[in-house]
Design a protein around this ligand. Structure first.
Ligand code: NAP
Length: 331
């Protein structure tokens, strides 16, 4: 695994169950594969069943190749990795609620939720729910997902190691916090896509801070991560953009661009490393505490964002789910 810091290869019992959003490619793909290769069960929360099934086949193929080479210690010894697909489209609050319903009905436990799926949009698109799409996909729907799944996680947490990992980004450093303009309503040509992407990633870290305060006395660990600069499909809307091409070429040249496996290391570490149960820091990169921006650490702004989000999603939470999110025991 090179000279970079990485996660330990641990034995994960098959019953330990992970949900990874956006698991069919990029960082989510590698995260899912390695967790499953250590023995865990992973539910791949993806919007395309075809993409998820193809990803599962590729993961099994890569697993068998690795196993037959015999060079990677700690791989589980199974015929097929324990992988399942469940549909989730984060651009829809309805789809997010249906995912949670299907998950509850499945009777599966939930030990680790990895909020990984994300988009960067070149133009300001509105979702069917009426939100700028990066705001909804990267932040709002993940907030709803966490809130609706929290009672299940809290019920298990008394005697178990339960975790929520938000895949954020150092792009959060490039923007300021401004609730007035949280949902873009300006002219399309004035849309600062990098600003709005960075904001959505900032909100994930702020949410992690708020959750940690509220879940202080439970066994639930909440953290956020910057995976590094990773060569994935995240920039697919910008392939013709000269600035983007320059940015990517420059970073490739100076060795800053990582492969998806390298990008997934810190995410996997936070999800599986026994030493990171109750992880002391909120924000991690390169498998170490990373230090987020002053804006992300501003408690007044964190609580203002929390209040805005709870108000915005109020029609989607039941009363007991709100109590649970606010720190009470689930009923
Ligand atoms: N790459 C980087 O340099 C970098 C740096 C910092 C942070 N990150 C963060 O890392 C995370 C993973 O990104 P990546 O680089 O691996 O990008 P990626 O290869 O484009 O993967 C993104 C994943 O998100 C899924 N997704 C997108 N929209 C969705 C929706 N509406 N509902 C459900 N899933 C959706 C995609 O599913 P489909 O296959 O269906 O499109 C895909 O599986 C993101 O949160 C990103 O912000 C990436």
């Amino acid at each position: 695994m090179g000279g970079k810091q990485s996660f330990p290869m641990v034995q994960i019992p098959k019953g330990r169950t992970f949900v990874v959003t956006g698991a069919s490619r990029g960082i989510g793909y590698e995260t899912t594969k390695w967790i499953a290769m250590m023995g865990g069960t992973v539910v791949m929360a993806c919007r395309s069943q075809d993409a998820a099934v193809q990803a599962m086949r590729r993961m099994n193929k890569e697993y068998k190749e690795l196993k037959s080479r015999g060079e990677t210690p700690g791989l589980v010894d199974v015929e097929e990795l324990s992988l399942y697909f469940m549909p989730l489209d984060l651009s829809s609050l309805q789809s997010t609620k249906e995912f949670v319903h299907t998950y509850r009905e499945s009777g599966r436990p939930l030990h680790v939720l990895v909020c990984n799926a994300g988009v960067v949009k070149a133009i300001p698109e509105k979702t069917d729910d009426g939100f700028e799409s990066m705001l909804q996909v990267n932040y709002l729907s993940h907030f709803l997902l966490v809130g609706l799944l929290l009672p299940m996680m809290k019920n298990a947490a008394a005697d178990d190691d339960i975790r929520v990992v938000m895949v954020s980004s150092d792009a959060h450093r490039m923007c300021k916090f401004d609730l007035e303009t949280i949902d873009y309503s300006g002219e399309p040509e004035k849309f600062g896509y990098f600003d709005y992407y960075g904001r959505s990633k900032l909100y994930q870290i702020m949410q992690a801070h708020c959750l940690r305060r509220r879940l202080r006395n439970t066994g639930i660990t909440v953290s956020a991560v910057h995976p590094g600069m990773v060569e994935t499909d995240i920039g697919r809307e910008f392939l013709d953009n000269k600035m983007w091409q320059l940015f990517v070429s420059f970073n490739r040249l100076i060795g800053m661009l990582q492969c998806p496996y390298d990008g997934a290391r810190t995410v996997i570490d936070l999800a599986v490393n026994p030493a990171l149960q109750g992880a002391p820091a909120v924000y991690y990169k390169n498998c170490s505490p990373g230090g987020s921006s002053a804006a992300a650490r501003n408690e007044v702004h964190q609580e203002a964002l929390w209040t805005w989000t709870m108000e915005t999603l109020k029609d989607h939470f039941k009363e007991d789910e709100v109590y649970c999110l606010e720190g009470a025991d689930p009923v």
